[in-house]
Design a protein around this ligand. Structure first.
Ligand code: FRU
Length: 534
């Protein structure tokens, strides 16, 4: 007996040492509220109904003071047969049932015209597609429904008719026996190639547990609810970083293609039914930036402005290793023959020269030949410590991309705000006196200021947020970023016209000629409403 006990201690020290608390909701209600304290350790909660474990998740269970609460939906259960087994203790974990969870805003930095979750943590946009039958843009996203830091990856879901006003829906894909649900993509299978039904929405994502494998799930109710395919996973590999599948259609072969991130490269696959994937090729060795892991790739055929030509672009997110530290989006312009991608250049091109533009991917099936992308508006360097707690992170404004030729004959990515959101910007002409720079200050009466400077001699745009308000939460936050402006042949560089979009915690700058974008977070003590040019 003694021997057995010693063995148990040796094998399971963590489990034996931590006290478990069993709690039952005191009354029938829609939600049970868990108190969260962001400085508390993360503990596991198992949801047991009629003796069966039906769910599990991890929370920062409040020990002394709750920073906020998160709701767990118990409406479908008879609470007399329901219990939460929590690997930890908390004096605050008493009966906390409610019928209505109050998610009305409590943050001064909550965006007014950007997509963000109603509460909880968000990172990458996922599975974005446009549905021509309903005119809805679907946006799924990496969500932690049980706290405002990264955990319990689930696909949250929102839709919009105009890319500006977003409606939140119930979570679309939840962790299952294969793991939590990491990033991925979705397509409408209009020809029923997968056998889930004509026009079924098929999502492909990474199932993340000890290893990363690719799974699919389908929806036959217009993307609202998904069923995981019983034959998952559909793609495996024996490398640790193998994730973020993006499906794109190969019109020439009538097949599906897939690009995903595999460590320091991307891999391409093909399939006729979205279930059986055959390896085609890899790309990446010797190309672009490799200061971090490659994540969230996308393949888009883009028009070259002013011509009838198109070129393929590989969007590739990298973390860390961005131009100003941490996360950023690079891209490669080249050719795709249905099997291999050939890049025209070896050196990195950055898509956005701010610090808060990551995990950029495009909407599948955007109408009228549009190419619409969105980025997660944060940076892994400090995303989990920005000074909001009810929610953390929003997405960038939707952008439309194309290619333009610069004065050296290189193709660069052009970025414009999507036409639906353009009217929210303020236009400024930065016109320096000879030999000088032109500055735009965006400030408030609390003394917070952002300085934007155009220097025509160096052909750069600078963005300084060192005095923009709350910056102390991370040493990586206060910074000045510098962006080269890639001119086209014949461009007048003596002045620059920009459209500036200021929301409660972000500033996005777009070139009026559609050459660039620059995206940065700010946390001013009061809204930034004063514009001064000199
Ligand atoms: C990028 C990323 C993805 C991954 C997801 C997990 O921000 O690391 O590679 O799928 O976030 O939440």
């Amino acid at each position: 007996m003694k021997k057995q006990l010693i063995l148990l201690f040796a094998l399971l020290p963590g489990m034996i040492m931590s006290a478990a608390t069993v709690i039952r909701p005191a009354k029938q209600a829609n939600y049970f509220l868990f108190p969260i304290q962001e400085s508390a350790p993360t503990v596991r909660v198992r949801v047991v109904y009629e003796n069966q474990e039906v769910d599990r998740f991890n929370i920062m269970l409040a020990l002394t003071d709750a920073d906020y609460t998160v709701p767990y939906d118990i409406s479908r259960y008879d609470v007399r047969h329901l219990q939460f087994v929590v690997d930890g203790e908390s004096k605050l974990l008493t009966d906390n049932t409610t019928d209505r969870f109050d998610d009305s805003n409590r943050e001064i930095w909550r965006p007014e015209f950007h997509h963000m979750p109603a509460y909880g943590w968000m990172n990458d946009p996922n599975g974005m597609y446009y549905d021509p039958a309903t005119g809805l843009w679907h946006l799924y996203f990496q969500l932690n429904p049980y706290g405002s830091k990264w955990e319990n990856m689930t696909w949250g879901h929102s839709t919009s008719k105009d890319l500006l006003h977003w409606e939140h829906h119930q979570n679309a894909i939840k962790p299952d026996g294969l793991g939590t649900i990491f990033s991925g993509s979705a397509v409408i299978d209009k020809d029923n190639t997968a056998g889930f039904g004509k026009n079924a929405v098929v999502a492909m994502y990474t199932s993340a547990s000890e290893n990363q494998t690719q799974s699919i799930a389908y929806s036959t109710d217009g993307g609202m609810t998904f069923t995981a395919y019983a034959g998952n996973p559909v793609l495996t590999a024996d490398i640790p970083d193998f994730r973020d599948p993006k499906i794109f259609r190969n019109e020439k072969t009538g097949e599906w293609n897939l690009v995903l991130a595999a460590g320091q490269e991307v891999r391409y696959y093909a399939s006729s039914n979205l279930k059986d994937w055959r390896y085609l090729s890899s790309f990446g060795k010797g190309y672009g930036a490799h200061g971090g892991v490659w994540e969230c790739p996308d393949m888009i055929e883009l028009p070259v402005r002013g011509t009838d030509k198109t070129k393929w672009v590989l969007l590739l997110n990298i973390n860390p290793g961005g131009p100003f530290g941490g996360s950023a989006t690079q891209y490669f312009v080249g050719d795709w023959d249905g099997k291999t991608f050939k890049s025209d250049h070896r050196t990195t091109r950055w898509m956005d020269y701010g610090k808060d533009h990551y995990a950029t991917v495009s909407f599948s099936g955007a109408p009228d030949g549009r190419h619409v992308v969105m980025a997660w508006m944060s940076n892994w360097q400090y995303a989990q410590s920005v000074p909001t707690t009810q929610y953390r992170s929003g997405n960038s404004l939707p952008r439309e991309i194309d290619l333009y030729e610069d004065a050296h004959g290189e193709l660069r990515m052009g970025v414009r705000p999507a036409r639906e959101v353009r009217q929210l910007g303020k236009r400024f002409v930065l016109k320096p006196k000879k030999g000088k720079t032109a500055n735009l200050e965006i400030s408030n009466t609390a003394g917070d200021v952002v300085v934007i400077t155009y220097d025509p001699q160096r052909q750069v745009l600078l963005f300084d947020r060192t005095a923009s308000g709350r910056v102390e939460f991370s040493e990586d936050f206060p910074c000045e970023v510098k962006m080269p402006v890639f001119a086209r042949k014949g461009d007048n560089m003596s002045q620059l016209t920009i459209d500036v979009f200021v929301d409660n915690s972000s500033i996005e700058i777009f070139d009026a000629d559609g050459r660039f974008a620059l995206t940065n977070l700010v946390f001013p003590n009061e809204p930034l409403t004063i514009y001064t040019q000199y």
